[in-house]
Structures are given as C-alpha cells and as structure tokens.
Design a protein around this ligand. Structure first.
Ligand SMILES: *Cc1c(COP(=O)(O)O)cnc(C)c1O
Length: 221
C-alpha cells in the first residue's frame, strides 16, 4: 500500500518539487517504512507527537512542522525542526528567534498566508506579508531564515476555487520574490492529497501529502 502510494505520487511529481510526507497521527513504524523507501521529509502538526517520534526514528529525517503552533510550544519544536512551515504571526517569529538563538541554529521557516475562505484558518493576510517584506522586518530575526510561503486552500471539491486560491498565493509569492533582496526566499508550499496536481500547475516547490500516502488518520488516538 504505502510503497505503491509513494510510487504513484512520485511518478506525478516533477523532480524539482519537494515531497513532504505528512505523517501526523500515524505511528512511527509507518514513517520507518516510508524512510526505508527513500523518503526523508516528514510533516508533523503537534509538538508532543514530533518529539516522541524524533526519539525513535533515524536522525537524518528532515522534520517539517506544519500545524498551528503556540508560542509556549516553540521551545519543543525548534531543536528538531528542519523547517517550520506554519508561522502565522510575528509574535511566533519573535519566539522562534529566541529559541533558535538559544540552540545556536538558524531555523528555516515559511510564512503561512491565509488564502482560504474559512475564518478558522490561520496566517498572514496579503497586506501584512507585503508590509513585512517592504519594511525588511526579517532583519529583526537573524536566527530565522525565511524560505518562502505556505498556504492551505479551502476544503472543497470545487477545483476552480482551489485554483483561484493557489493563484492568489502564487501571485503574492512572485511579487515578494521580485522585490526582496532575501536570497533564501525560494519556496512555495501548497498542495495536499486532494489538490496537489493543481498546486504543481500553480508553481508549488513543496507539496505536503498525508492521507494519499499513509491512508486516513485516526483522530481518536
Ligand atoms: C494534515 C495536513 C496536510 C496533509 O493533508 P492530506 O489531505 O492528508 O494530504 C498538509 N498540510 C497541512 C498544513 C496539514 O495540516
């Protein structure tokens, strides 16, 4: 199952696009299985679950943190995260800077942009993120490397709507990339199990795929 799922996704994915296997709510054994098939990038959404898995899995895994992150949990995530993709506010950047400095690391992050209609979704607005780069706010965070943007589309079967939302973040991404002197700003993380082919068409450099690889998640655990 897992092997054929990954093979199928890899077959559809252009080589330059990075696949993050979203392993949240799935056991470490399944991650080990994907690792044995050559996968190295995994996505987790909860600090506690991340640290538990880090302890029992190979050290060369690149962990991507993709879930809502509270400031008081940042200290558990920074020591292990290759990249924090779900940075939804400057308040969080302040805390990441503090923890990264303490651990003497440069923490790669993506800024999450609010592109969905759902008001429950998090992230910077277009105005906020544009302002952030215009004012070179990133200069305040020397231990944070801002690598690009992340977005989650509205959960819907309406592919026209999804396309529109991806096009919106792609446009924001291009505008920043054109005007910022920040060399690290290269990544656009859009696309999940149900919409990753649309994301590929809309300029994704990273896709985050969970259920299409690992199957349905059991939230009762
Ligand atoms: C859970 C999650 C994913 C993976 O979702 P699937 O639909 O299972 O592929 C991707 N991105 C984020 C931010 C998530 O929380």
């Amino acid at each position: 199952m897992l092997a054929s799922n990954i093979k199928e996704i890899r077959a559809h994915l252009p080589k330059h696009i990075q696949l993050v296997c979203v392993s949240k709510f799935h056991p470490a054994e399944m991650i080990a299985e994907a690792y044995a098939l050559g996968e190295r990038d995994f996505g987790e959404s909860r600090a506690q679950e991340l640290t538990t898995k880090v302890d029992v899995l190979p050290k060369d895994i690149r962990w991507h943190f993709i879930g809502p992150l509270q400031s008081n949990k940042v200290k558990y995530v920074v020591p292990h995260a290759y990249m924090i993709q779900s940075v939804e506010s400057e308040k969080l950047l302040v805390e990441i800077e503090k923890q990264a400095s303490k651990h003497q690391k440069i923490q790669k992050v993506l800024l999450e942009i609010h592109i969905a209609q759902e008001t429950t979704k998090h992230g910077f607005s277009e105005e906020e993120v544009t302002q952030f780069f215009k004012e070179k706010q990133w200069e305040h965070y020397p231990h944070v490397e801002i690598c690009g943007l992340m977005g989650i589309a509205t959960l819907t079967d309406d592919s026209e709507n999804t396309k529109k939302e991806f096009a919106k973040i792609h446009n924001i991404f291009d505008n920043i990339k054109k005007s910022t002197p920040l060399d690290s700003f290269t990544e656009l993380s859009i696309g999940m199990s149900n919409d990753y082919s649309l994301a590929i068409d809309e300029g994704a450099t990273i896709v985050r795929i969970g259920s299409a690889i690992f199957g349905q998640r059991d939230y009762s655990k």
